[in-house]
Design a protein around this ligand. Sequence first.
Ligand SMILES: Cc1cc2nc3c(=O)[nH]c(=O)nc-3n(C[C@H](O)[C@H](O)[C@H](O)COP(=O)(O)OP(=O)(O)OC[C@H]3O[C@@H](n4cnc5c(N)ncnc54)[C@H](O)[C@@H]3O)c2cc1C
Length: 453
Amino acid sequence: MPMIEPQRIQALNDAPVARDRRCVLYWMQASQRAGSNHALEHACRQADELKLPVVVCFALTDDYPDANERHYAFMLEGLTETAAQLEQRGVRFVLRRGRPPEVVADLAEKAALIICDAAYLRHQRQWRRQVARTADCRVERVEADVVVPVAVVSDKTEYAARTIRPRHRRHWERFLTPLEQAGPRRDSLAMRLDGLPPDDSAALLARLDIDRSVQRTDHYHGGTRRARQRLKAFVRDALGRYVDERSDPSLGVASRLSAYLHFGQIAPVEIACAVRDADVPEPAKEAYLEELLIRRELAVNFAFHNPQYDRWRGLPSWARATLEAHKSDARPAVYTFAQLEAGDTHDAYWNAAMREMVVTGAMHNTMRMYWGKKIIEWTRSPRTAFRWMRTLNNRYFLDGRDPSSYANVGWCFGLHDRPWAERDVFGTVRYMSAGGLERKYDIDSYVRQCAAL
Ligand SMILES: Cc1cc2nc3c(=O)[nH]c(=O)nc-3n(C[C@H](O)[C@H](O)[C@H](O)COP(=O)(O)OP(=O)(O)OC[C@H]3O[C@@H](n4cnc5c(N)ncnc54)[C@H](O)[C@@H]3O)c2cc1C
């Protein structure tokens, strides 16, 4: 069986494996799936070596940063399916309400070894540090939600896609391998461990005390099965057209997998292998892998290496300076946060994009760029625009609250980009116009589609 690349695995403490304990515990947080999950497979292989069963736990917090009912509903649909799939593998899934470090600490006394998956945002890294500090057995972290482990690619914040691309690509052959599933040999289903029944996502959602200001969306439902169906349909029907048509918002030629990736319901390695092996011309594969591997993992590089990834100070200094120098420039229009959130501006294209976001929880990539640039243009200061854009992004997008959220909001403000010709409001940060949308795309068709949502 192919081994799990050792560079994916890192010990988080110096404690020994406690061989006299009852199980190997996999604390699932970011990689919420039962298949193609390097962290879970590592737990199974270690458990087989130690002649122990595997238990998987998940901590359900009511106050996960910036999460609301829309996000919880999608996540719980996925977790319900994951619980059932783990049961088929003879693995007990323990779902408990509480802060992750506390839930894990409570189960740790039964664990010979604790495995966790990797995640890159501030609070996720703090949780892992706390688990490693308090556990009296070995804790290991496995990177399952990137194709190339973040520290293998680079030891610093990369400047742009062009600088990370060669560093990333040289590892593709080694890390682009499908993960084989085996074991665990010992069953943990009979282990007596308290937990919430994980089989009814609607009942779980109802009992949580969460922010319910944003409703769930019927346009996307969570889970690995749905992610795989979407991947299969995309490769069959749309991948071949990705190069020429993906930028036109009226055509919808995109995989729409980002929310599934965000919740770890599908592995990037699985998607990348399916695309690499597809029977379509090379340029289509290249274009898709550029987004999934280079752009997505550039965002991970940014969140991992830049402690200010979600703050104004995290933007490049040239971009902050030019935007600040133009902050008193007259704006063509100035809107309040409420007007923006309501999609109540003079611009029918922008309002349509906002409607797509609020109703469906997603937005076409071209429109995300336009949406962000216009928030800068119509807000009284660049710092306010930054705050509002980050808030709207994370409140409505199912794929929000992700390294890609912070890197792309940052992109609107010059991150991972270069200076352009100087103009009002934007200084030398790149600008986008409605005229560009009209010239290149059937933008009226996009507006009609959003009105019909
Ligand atoms: C202002 C703005 C905000 C954004 N906010 C988010 C966000 O909150 N979460 C998020 O995941 N993406 C965000 N993006 C990036 C991109 O728009 C989405 O990832 C993409 O539209 C998701 O749709 P898809 O899965 O159909 O993409 P596809 O075109 O099918 O691309 C395949 C995958 O590649 C990755 N990808 C594509 N474009 C990018 C990109 N620019 N940066 C990083 N990864 C990319 C995604 O994981 C995506 O699922 C944002 C872009 C902008 C300009």
